[in-house]
Ligand binder design. Structure first.
Ligand SMILES: Cc1ncc(COP(=O)(O)O)c(C=O)c1O
Length: 475
């Protein structure tokens, strides 16, 4: 038995039977990371679950990180790992890129947050407008969650309707209207082609369930049927054009575009993660232009950020009506936030975007493909038939024999095996969890070293795979 504090109830030290983690992997992890274990125990005294982001907890305890540089991450025990997470896809130029540090230092030399518009904010907006088709205007928020909140509100204001539709399995941030059916238990999820709306967390009122409709990713027919049925009530359809690393089927985004346009419903692409896939994000890659685009992560250069962008006509509710001094009229849709467009985020984000030239995306695509191919080969050589997916700079293993195209197929994956693999890779010197990805500073050597580690790890996991998911073994 090991003692650990569960995120569900940090007041209670619960005994967790070691059966849930392979003894060798878990005890090696504990041996390598005594400082992290101690830090976690201490942090739990005052922080629910020991830290402020639920996804940063993993059993038996998360690593307490100390520093990052380029593609390397150090924890408080001095262990060095190659990072393939980059704060869940945020740090596209790696940790502390010199150009980003220079921009931050220059901005900090002028102050922190100044309490008025700054020169750097429109520069980042201009850079984003240049990259996105059908976009004239951008508004910044402190997070991707708030970008989606505002985008949905904007769509409601623009259309005068209330409902939104989202894909099962999509994450659009921790906010009521979209925190529905993100990872619903299958027994509550309803039919595959007409899923129920399932609240992701407690505290979300019933009324929200009525206003958020759900359809399966990559099912154009189901999406069209839902939009047709609710056309008079739907303000927006919000999708991740690449959902959790899963690319769209060829017709899916185009079908969404056509049906929403036909019924005057706004189409929102949440590109908080997928914007890293090309100069113009996933929409640039697939040639489908939404009505509203939301962004986050890479466009803040490692600082808090979010943004929503659209054409002038859609943004009209947010624009101040013209008046003559001393008259003032508030816009139909106001949005204040003390840290909106924080100058340091703007400066860091601008520095990142200026580095992201076409050849950099091409290199990342090449490395992502090298990783995906290498993982497939490693699994095959070891005789394991798991699914390797991803696109561009994303890669992942889902421990299933099925082809993953949506939430239901992804849900056939064995999550325990994912946790074993991730922990074992940490033991071997790789930080590979959440949305694994390569950055612009990741090298071929980093990828090949990780592939060697992955091959050894899958070999080591074979007895566990045999016990828990024998159908994945070739022999
Ligand atoms: C697709 C997507 N949308 C929205 C968000 C929320 O962004 P933030 O964490 O900045 O609030 C995330 C976060 O991971 C995301 O992956």
């Amino acid at each position: 038995m090991i003692l650990l504090q569960t995120p569900a109830n940090n007041k209670r030290l619960e005994e967790v039977s070691i059966f849930c983690l392979n003894m060798d992997i878990a005890s090696e992890y504990s041996k390598q990371n005594p400082g992290s274990k101690e830090a976690y125990k201490k942090a739990c005294r005052n922080l629910p679950s020991g830290c402020t982001r639920t996804v940063l907890y993993w059993p038996p305890f998360p690593l307490c990180l100390a520093a990052g540089r380029g593609t390397r991450l150090w924890d408080v025990d001095g262990n060095k790992r190659i990072d393939f997470n980059f704060n869940n896809t945020t740090l596209i130029l790696g940790h502390n890129h010199p150009k980003v540090v220079e921009a931050i230092e220059e901005q900090l030399g002028k102050g922190t947050v100044l309490g008025g518009p700054t020169e750097v904010e429109p520069k980042l907006a201009e850079e984003l407008v240049r990259r996105l088709d059908g976009v004239d205007m951008v508004r910044f928020t402190p997070s991707g969650t708030e970008a989606n909140m505002q985008a949905v509100r904007l769509a409601r204001s623009y259309t005068g309707r209330e409902k939104v539709a989202k894909c099962e399995g999509a994450y659009h941030g921790s906010w009521d209207a979209v925190d529905i059916s993100v990872a619903p238990p299958l027994e509550k999820a309803g039919p595959r082609d007409a899923p129920f709306s399932v609240r992701q967390h407690e505290g979300i009122p019933d009324g929200v369930l009525e206003n958020t409709l759900v359809f399966p990713f990559n099912d154009a027919e189901a999406a069209e049927a839902l939009v047709r049925k609710h056309r008079d009530e739907l303000a927006a359809v919000i999708v991740e054009p690449v959902q959790r690393d899963t690319p769209p089927t060829p017709d899916f985004l185009k079908a969404l575009k056509d049906v929403t346009k036909r019924h005057e419903v706004l189409l929102i692409f949440d590109e908080v993660i997928s914007f890293r896939l090309s100069q113009g994000g996933a929409q640039g890659l697939y040639g489908v232009t939404p009505d509203i685009t939301t962004m986050g992560k890479i466009i803040g250069g490692g600082f808090p950020v979010g943004a929503y962008a659209s054409r002038e006509e859609v943004m009209a509710p947010v624009v101040l009506p013209e008046t003559v001094f001393p008259d003032f009229k508030a816009p139909r849709l106001g949005f204040s936030g003390t840290f909106n467009a924080h100058p340091v985020s703007m400066a860091a984000g601008l520095a990142v975007m200026q580095e992201m030239k076409p050849e950099v995306y091409r290199r990342m695509d090449f490395l992502g493909e090298r990783m995906r191919r290498g993982l497939r080969r490693a699994l095959d050589d070891v005789g394991v038939g798991a699914f390797v997916g991803g696109i561009g700079s994303f890669f992942h293993i889902i421990w299933t024999g099925e082809e993953v195209v949506d939430y239901r197929t992804a849900a056939t994956g064995n999550r325990d095996l994912g946790r074993y693999f991730s922990l074992d890779m940490m033991n071997r010197g790789f930080f590979l969890l959440g949305h694994p990805n390569v950055s612009a500073v990741t090298t071929e050597e980093d990828v090949d070293t990780a592939l060697d580690g992955a091959r050894q790890s899958v070999k080591a996991l074979k007895p566990i795979i045999k016990e828990r998911a024998p159908h994945l073994l070739h022999t």
